[in-house]
Write a protein that binds this ligand. Structure first.
Ligand SMILES: [Zn+2]
Length: 427
């Protein structure tokens, strides 16, 4: 079946211009200013609708198996489609942890059965993400691992990390680091500093992140591994990564939308919806993260989509779970707060959400729109003033501080392999 998306704007080679797109079955067959499309089903678009390569989120939590009360692969990937994502990479902090080739293979099969978008699967770095025992790196690669991560916990032993990096480098897969020295965590629930003191809440020291990051970057230099820093949150982390890139280390980094848009000064009361790990830092950290993104030190935006049940997020920050959802709110919020005020262009935002993750992780079939490539795309409406509401969420997790936030852009539709996986109903 042929579909012709006609009359919109299209992101091609990092530029946005008036183009039509013809889709033949699962692939893009033509991009041109005027396609007649007489044998195709015509989908009329208008100029405020921009077709972008489907977004890629290299850091999501789908919670299945083991925590299906929080999210399932089905609901998590429906949420991804609603957010404009056509590829997501799933962290391995599920139950059972995919820490053997056979468990990983079962996860990959489950993803294939249930997912509405492409799911890449991480293997854990160590058995149960806790012990010092490394997984079988070559076996994991053979079973379909996209990379290795203990996300949710930092690797506490430098020697374990050193050996893991050597092993990941040997099989030519990236190592995605949750950077956290537990001995500096202080059982904290928010950033250590003036706000935590005022609210009487225990604080997480910024050096819990930077001390381990500095260690990891030295280990990455020594091993040559592709080291990816997850959810970077402090100004000093940005500086460390900038220095590592100057040394030409194989290092990449991501920042989460909430660390770009929120800081600890916005925590005015004990509010579990603002509890995430790493925590919201200071205004100057937030500004440094944005500067790092703009100058290329930070390569991409990843949501760290972390759904929880209402009960998990109830009560005080002292006891509530860490994390917020992100897949369905990232584009509308980032467009509203970065593109609309002129901090960056729409083309730059699309690069951070799609082009860069594809390049950094060698996803040659994603991250661009071109004839012959899979029809994985998202249609953005950049003139759609609305409010983020819980009833429009596909995720089971409604733990977002952005519910109720006004936005000026939305996802109109998302397509994976020529099939619509999300279409906004017309008002
Ligand atoms: Zn995470």
């Amino acid at each position: 079946m042929k579909i012709c998306l006609k009359g919109g704007q299209v992101f091609v080679n990092n530029h946005i211009s008036r183009q039509d797109i013809l889709i033949d079955n699962d692939r893009i067959s033509q991009i041109a200013p005027q396609i007649n499309g007489s044998e195709a089903q015509i989908v009329p678009l208008n100029p405020q609708q921009v077709i972008a390569p489907g977004f890629i989120d290299v850091h999501v939590h789908l919670r299945e198996p083991g925590f299906t009360q929080k999210e399932t692969i089905k609901t998590g990937t429906l949420a991804a489609a609603h957010g404009g994502y056509t590829t997501v990479a799933a962290m391995p902090n599920v139950k059972p942890v995919p820490d053997t080739p056979s468990k990983l293979q079962a996860m990959v099969q489950l993803n294939q059965r249930e997912a509405q978008v492409h799911v890449l699967q991480y293997a854990s770095i160590t058995k149960e993400r806790t012990s010092e025992q490394l997984v079988d790196f070559a076996g994991m690669k053979a079973a379909g691992a996209f990379g290795f991560s203990n996300d949710g916990s930092g690797v506490q032993s430098a020697n374990t990390m050193y050996q893991a990096m050597q092993a990941a480098h040997q099989v030519n897969l990236p190592l995605m680091a949750h950077i956290e020295d537990e001995s500096l965590m202080n059982q904290g629930v928010m950033n250590a500093g003036a706000t935590a003191q005022r609210l009487g809440l225990p604080g997480i020291l910024p050096v819990a992140e930077t001390a381990q990051l500095a260690r990891d970057l030295e280990l990455a230099a020594a091993t040559g591994v592709h080291y990816h820093a997850c959810h970077v949150s402090t100004a000093n982390s940005v500086a460390l990564i900038r220095f590592a890139k100057q040394r030409h280390l194989h290092v990449s980094a991501e920042v989460a939308p909430h660390h770009l848009l929120l800081d600890e000064s916005m925590i005015t009361k004990d509010n579990p919806q603002l509890k995430m790990n790493p925590p919201l830092r200071t205004l100057s950290d937030r500004q440094a993260l944005l500067a790092g993104l703009l100058d290329g030190t930070i390569d991409m935006i990843a949501t760290d989509h972390a759904p929880h049940t209402v009960a998990d997020k109830a009560g005080s920050m002292k006891t509530a779970a860490f994390g917020i959802t992100g897949l369905e709110t990232s584009f509308p919020l980032l467009y509203t707060h970065l593109v609309q005020p002129g901090i960056c262009s729409l083309a730059q935002l699309i690069q951070w959400l799609s082009v860069k993750p594809a390049q950094v992780f060698n996803l040659t079939q994603a991250g661009q729109l071109a004839s012959g490539l899979p029809a994985d795309l998202t249609i953005l409406n950049v003139q759609d003033e609305t409010t983020i509401t819980a009833q429009h969420m596909y995720s089971q997790g409604l733990n977002s501080p952005f519910i109720g936030a006004p936005v000026t852009a939305t996802i109109q539709a998302t397509m994976v392999g020529g099939q619509w996986v999300y279409r906004k109903e017309q008002a």
